[in-house]
Design a protein around this ligand. Structure first.
Ligand SMILES: Cc1cn([C@H]2C[C@H](O)[C@@H](COP(=O)(O)OP(=O)(O)O[C@H]3O[C@@H](C)[C@H](O)[C@@H](O)[C@H]3O)O2)c(=O)[nH]c1=O
Length: 382
């Protein structure tokens, strides 16, 4: 598309897997679909390996899926103008090494420099997306790029062909069964209402499991190892390690290993309902075209409750049972309803949830994809 052929992406893992999850997804897509030579600088290879098992945790430099991965060990380092890429992205406002910044300045043609921000449905992002600021000492210009849910934002990460792959998988009962069998599910577990559960430790998981246990319909709940460990262990009556499962009443809980990112997509596609969290799994659930419930990453001063409400306003305006359950799930509700009542109300609206999942996906597709939008922005003369 342009003469912008090299890109450096700087990622710090603050906690969990979302930081590296998003950067890894973006890096692969830029390389695969846009033939950009991407270097991903990441400070935590152990977390990276959890979502990409081929990662060598001791390597300074390695090639993974066509992306050069550099272990970002410190803020020191020696960089020349030739080391600097055409596009430089700092993810979530990380500070990049001072010597790299100096090298950016020394470059004959300055790189296009982005701060890639976190996803929020709040309205203010529309006014901030694409704004720039000038580095006070170095005179370098940095652009603020916001993912989002409207045409005035950068859109969502989405790989080419994903909606088609998703539809083909969901239309292929044999592929679904084979995928689930490979994860250890029995045919009975596969035939039940299938739910994936990915959340932070403070979610009221025990209450939700109890509601499913006493439900009229059999449910199989799939939980990645290490997630909601206390509630899952209490339900299982044994260690919540991958492969463990137990059935009480109408509910079977099965612990899954953490799977590679592409398999996690298939898991979301295979389930009837997905509980997701943070940013990346939240977006993947939207591309799965299935009902989902979001556990938002907690922030100081309950800032996350504001963000949750902003999203629910856009997504669940006509789905009160989803709003109510979501607010309670996130500790933001004031409903007097019990968990069985919240669940029953939700369950009764499942057809409407399913219709909204599809309609929302069409709405999001119209925004283009974040990687393409970012490259177009970078290539626009200004
Ligand atoms: C459960 C599972 C997830 N994953 C991937 C999907 C995602 O890329 C990643 C999980 O990332 P998330 O869904 O974003 O949730 P998360 O909670 O792991 O990540 C984050 O949330 C952000 C908002 C914060 O900024 C981060 O600091 C971080 O906490 O792990 C797998 O690859 N396999 C799995 O089995």
């Amino acid at each position: 598309m342009t003469s912008l052929t090299r890109l450096d992406l700087f990622c710090r893992v603050v906690d969990n897997y979302g930081d590296i999850g998003i950067c890894w997804r973006l890096a692969r897509q830029l390389q695969r679909e846009h033939a950009i030579a991407v270097t991903l600088w990441v400070d935590d290879l152990v977390s990276f390996r959890r979502i990409c098992s081929a990662v060598e945790v001791t390597a300074d430099t390695q090639l993974q899926a066509g992306v050069t991965v550099r272990h970002w060990r410190s803020m020191d380092g020696v960089f020349t103008a030739d080391d600097v890429a055409d596009i430089v992205i700092e993810f979530f406002a990380v500070d990049i090494p001072p010597a790299y910044l100096q090298a950016m300045r020394a470059r004959a043609v300055r790189p296009v420099w982005f701060n890639l921000e976190g996803l929020t449905a709040e309205e203010w992002v529309e006014g901030c997306h694409g704004l720039s600021s000038t580095h006070p000492q170095l005179g370098l210009i940095k652009h603020f790029f916001f993912p989002g849910f409207t045409a005035k934002t950068g859109g969502l990460l989405l790989e080419a062909g994903l909606p088609q792959q998703r539809r083909a998988f969901q239309a292929d009962a044999a592929a679904r069964s084979a995928f689930l069998a490979a994860l250890g599910l029995t045919p009975d577990e596969t035939a039940a209402r299938l739910v994936s559960l990915f959340c932070y430790p403070h979610a009221p998981v025990a209450e939700l499991l109890a509601a499913w246990q006493h439900d009229v319909t059999p449910t199989t709940c799939l939980v990645p190892e290490g997630v909601a460990a206390d509630a899952v262990q209490a339900f299982l009556g044994k260690a919540a390690v991958a492969g463990a499962s137990a059935t009480h009443g109408a509910l079977t809980v099965r612990v899954l290993p953490f799977v590679p990112q592409d398999d996690y997509d298939r898991l979301l596609w295979a389930c009837d309902l997905n509980f997701v969290r943070g940013e990346d799994s939240f977006v993947r659930a939207q591309w799965a075209g299935r009902p989902f419930v979001w556990h938002i990453y907690p922030q100081d001063e309950q800032l996350h409750h504001k963000k949750l409400r902003a999203f629910l306003q856009r997504y669940a305006d006509t789905l009160p049972a989803l709003s109510e359950l979501s607010l309670q799930w996130n500790g933001a509700g004031n409903s007097a309803a019990s968990w069985p009542a919240l669940w029953t109300a939700y369950r009764e609206q499942m057809p409407a949830m399913q219709a909204q999942a599809e309609a929302w996906q069409q709405q999001m597709l119209a925004l283009g994809d974040l990687a393409g939008n970012l490259l177009r922005f970078a290539a626009t003369p200004r």
